[in-house]
Design a protein around this ligand. Structure first.
Ligand code: SF4
Ligand code: SF4
Length: 246
């Protein structure tokens, strides 16, 4: 009797985050069953004891704030074929990396008694600690885009990253442009496509969680925002939610 072919092994790891990306994966519904047909989950550090088996593909969500998290990443890097950052916190630091200069004051305001005791470091993207083979941004990740990328990785191919603006996906959905026709400060013109225009499709301007595509013209969009009557502070706040660095 021939031995059944072993499935590729998948590990899911949550660092400092809301665990929203792992939650999206556990909520894949029918697609989760399809995924579990294709892979063996050997690690899910927020929900099951480690099996001791090394994954071929590691999906890592969250920013790095603890020495233990950096150690976990270095160990994974030595073992896995693909180390994939999932979710905006893992890809860029995300919302948890806001306000690098205001952080101490925020901690004091929110935790007046214990704020000084926090020892966590400033949130860093995974790529600050180890090389990353691929990044799947999103706050949280978009399920269809995740499945698309995993399909490629399971075939041993690193997928191409969409290098065009979210507006293209938005137009393909037939949405009315919120920037042009409703005067809402949408970041779609400078944001990388991939989410399927999740927010504009329900009437909310994009906040830019997928990050900028190459050559995105932030200056031109800033000028459009000025012409719409937004002040410099409001414009900065629009870009700062996911893009503030330093
Ligand atoms: S609503 Fe936003 S994403 Fe859609 S076309 Fe307009 S600017 Fe682009
Ligand atoms: S519409 Fe913008 S903010 Fe919303 S998920 Fe897509 S890229 Fe992220």
């Amino acid at each position: 009797m021939t031995k059944a072919k072993e499935k590729p092994r998948l590990g899911l790891y949550s660092l400092t985050s809301c665990s929203g990306d792992i939650l999206e994966i556990t909520n894949l519904e029918e697609d989760l069953l399809k995924l579990l047909d294709l892979v063996e989950v050997v690690d899910l550090n927020v929900a099951m004891p480690a099996t001791g088996l090394s994954p071929d593909i590691a999906l890592v969500e969250g920013a790095v704030t603890q020495a233990e998290e950096a150690g976990l990443l270095r160990g994974l890097r030595k073992k896995v074929k693909y180390l994939v950052a999932i979710g905006t916190c893992a890809c860029t630091g995300g919302v948890v990396a806001r306000g690098p200069k205001k952080r101490k004051g925020w901690l004091r305001d929110v935790y007046p008694e214990t704020g000084g005791d926090f020892t966590s470091g400033f949130p860093r993207p995974v790529s600050d600690v180890v090389p990353v083979d691929f990044s799947i941004p999103g706050c949280p990740i978009e399920r269809n885009y995740l499945m698309h990328c995993l399909g490629y990785l399971l075939k041993g191919v690193v997928p191409e990253v969409p290098n065009y603006p979210l507006c293209m996906e938005c137009k393909m959905k037939g949405n009315e442009c919120l920037l042009r026709y409703r005067g809402l400060p949408c970041l779609g013109p400078v944001t990388r496509a991939g989410c399927g225009a999740r927010q504009p499709s329900v009437g909310r301007p994009c906040d830019g969680c997928f990050g900028a595509y190459e050559d995105a013209n932030r200056e031109a969009l800033t000028e459009i925002f000025r012409q719409m009557g937004l002040g410099e502070d409001e414009i900065k706040k629009r870009f700062d939610l996911f893009w503030e660095r330093g």
